[in-house]
Design a protein around this ligand. Structure first.
Ligand SMILES: [Zn+2]
Length: 249
């Protein structure tokens, strides 16, 4: 099937050669796909300003073989989520969301829930809201829809449950909680994840996307969950996410 027509979110748009762009799109039915927009950087281009990251687009991609880089023959903007461009904090939040999706997915491996979560996440961002929290909830939510769901109800080393052992350490490398005994034997870096923080993550997993925005996290819980999720993400994909702090002067 050389001609593909699909909807998707632009998660990356890179310069390529003198005049082209390579666009990475996350689509509901095909997962992550890539295509080259020939002549996209010339003054007169049929692509206009449609190739910017975060836009929801409808695109037609011509692909000779499954392995070859496709050629984008047409692309139309369906929604631009314009609130994202209102300030750098919101843009950082959006950048974190698309980086997460890009990093934890492989090409052409569709995951409909992930697509829905990404659209919902980008839609929820605005300068009036706590975008760092929205991004954190998004992170917890999408990890639940992949094979990287952290193990919180039992020790990842010995398998003892939270009822049998006090679990208050999180190992980014093991992707879950570690009991006191196993922790003392040495499993590498561990971060404190108190009972309240675990409860917060479990609640965030249970809630549906529209309900997620009602969840609040403050103080210690917020700090613990942010640190654990970022360290875990780094352990899984070997890349850091754009940080909010870099914009604070
Ligand atoms: Zn253990």
């Amino acid at each position: 099937m050389p001609l593909v027509r699909t909807r998707g979110i632009i998660i990356r748009s890179q310069r390529w050669g003198d005049a082209d762009r390579i666009v990475t799109v996350y689509s509901p039915n095909l997962g992550k796909i890539r295509g080259v927009a020939r002549g996209a950087r010339r003054m007169k281009t049929r692509f206009g300003g449609v190739l910017e990251p975060f836009g929801l687009v409808e695109l037609t991609l011509f692909q000779k073989t499954a392995e070859a880089l496709g050629q984008i023959s047409q692309i139309d903007l369906v929604a631009s989520f314009s609130a994202i461009r209102e300030n750098l904090t919101v843009m950082t939040a959006a950048a974190r969301m698309v980086r997460m999706v890009e990093a934890i997915t492989v090409d052409r491996d569709p995951n409909y829930e992930m697509f829905v979560a990404l659209v919902h996440g980008l839609e929820s961002l605005s300068p009036e809201t706590d975008v760092a929290l929205t991004t954190l909830l998004f992170q917890i939510h999408i990890l639940g829809h992949t094979g990287f769901r952290p193990q919180l109800d039992s020790c990842t080393e010995c398998g003892q449950s939270a009822r049998q052992r006090t679990l208050q350490w999180f190992s980014p490398r093991l992707g879950g909680m570690v009991c006191e005994e196993c922790g003392q034997r040495g499993v590498g870096r561990m971060l404190v994840l108190s009972r309240g923080s675990v409860a917060f993550i479990e609640q965030a997993r249970r809630l549906s996307l529209p309900q997620l925005s009602r969840l609040k996290a403050m103080g210690t819980v917020r700090l613990e969950v942010e640190s654990a999720m970022d360290a875990y993400f780094y352990a899984v994909v070997g890349k850091s996410l754009p940080t909010f702090e870099q914009w604070v002067s």
